[in-house]
Design a protein around this ligand. Structure first.
Ligand code: 3HC
Length: 309
């Protein structure tokens, strides 16, 4: 865009206003948003897999209905986010093809197995809890369509987090085996949940510029700290122990001190070498291919002006 128009971009950002699809924007700003929003959308869709696997084994109709509502919410979040991404000139079909070809990222957290039913509760409590910490500030991100998509996502995310926590509370009031199942699940999901916020700020390639552009409102480490401060009292109320011996309240700072996640593990999982990466992408590719006839039929129907016969 001509320099004059980019000055208006700078002025809009400096005034903490919203950039809209028709506004002039630096190509790097657009590219950063496409990368982050696409990854966010892919995460929502792939994120349906770990819990979705438990739909047929839910122990009651109520648990099945709640889990069905949550999993289909995630599909909706993916659709809002692909729509926000398309306002930047990309096509969701291309993004999906790149995802199934293994050429796009999604959140590391969904590359871990949901190996016990307690994981349905732990994912709601910790993963959706971390997502809330990360997504609430995104309601104020500088790109209008992304910020507006986040408002409804965050409302639904609160339900996701509460249903997970309530499931764990019920299990903690159950048998010794159920309490042990919850603790074993929390032990597996705690550190990967901290990794959802990204690498430490000092190693984050994009944070400084995303903060300057108002895409991010807080850094990775700030949001990770906020999540730990919010979650430790919830763990205490639940009666589970978080698997971090260095976790301690620091009255001088008013925050919890906590240990460092295994950043090599995060790098491996991001590169595709996590416990479930291949399975998740293969499942998404199969669903995409199996659904081709639906897309073709819908396109044929639309081409006839939506008339049958
Ligand atoms: N998983 C996968 N990739 C990650 C990652 C993670 N947890 N953390 C960082 N990365 C990648 C980044 O994409 C970037 O890759 P690239 O340079 O090759 O594109 C690289 O690692 C460097 O990390 P940065 O911190 O510099 O990258 P960002 O500035 O993009 O910050 C982020 C990473 C905090 C995840 C940011 O992209 C973000 O806030 N994304 C939107 C929110 C999101 O995706 N949330 C998680 C999944 S959605 C969810 O949880 C759904 C809920 O319903 C359960």
């Amino acid at each position: 865009a001509p320099t004059g128009e980019l000055d208006s971009f700078e002025r809009t950002i400096a005034a903490d206003q919203r950039i809209e699809p028709r506004d002039a924007m630096p190509e790097d700003y657009r590219r950063t948003l496409v990368r982050q929003i696409a990854q966010h959308a892919h995460s929502e869709i792939i994120g349906m897999q770990p819990e979705g696997a438990w739909l047929t084994s839910a122990p009651s109709l109520r648990r099945k209905a709640v889990l069905t509502a949550k999993v289909q919410d995630e599909a909706g979040h993916g659709i809002y986010l692909y729509s926000a991404c398309e306002t930047l000139g990309v096509d969701r079909a291309d993004l999906t093809q790149m995802l199934v070809d293994g050429r796009q990222k999604y959140s590391s957290i969904f590359n871990y197995p949901a190996s016990s039913y307690a994981d349905v509760g732990t994912i709601g409590w910790l993963v959706d809890g971390a997502a809330i910490c990360n997504q609430v500030p995104l309601c104020r991100t500088s790109y209008g369509p992304y910020a507006r998509a986040m408002i409804r996502v965050c409302k639904e995310e609160s339900f996701h987090q509460r249903q997970g926590y309530e499931l764990l509370q019920t299990m903690m009031r159950g048998t010794d085996e159920q309490r042990a199942m919850v603790q074993e699940s929390v032990d597996r999901w705690w550190w990967p949940s901290l990794m959802m916020f990204g690498p430490p700020d000092a190693e984050s390639a994009h944070t400084a510029r995303s903060m300057a552009w108002g895409i991010k409102r807080h850094t990775n480490d700030e949001l990770r700290q906020k999540f730990v401060d919010m979650t430790v009292p919830q763990a205490d109320a639940l009666g589970v122990t978080l698997p971090d011996r260095s976790l301690a309240w620091d009255s001088a700072t008013g925050h919890y001190r906590f240990g460092q996640p295994d950043w090599d593990e995060l790098a491996r999982v991001i590169k595709g070498d996590g416990p479930c990466n291949a399975e998740r992408v293969a499942r998404r590719r199969a669903a995409h291919e199996d659904g081709a006839w639906v897309r073709e039929a819908a396109a044929a129907f639309a081409a006839r002006g939506g008339r049958v016969g």
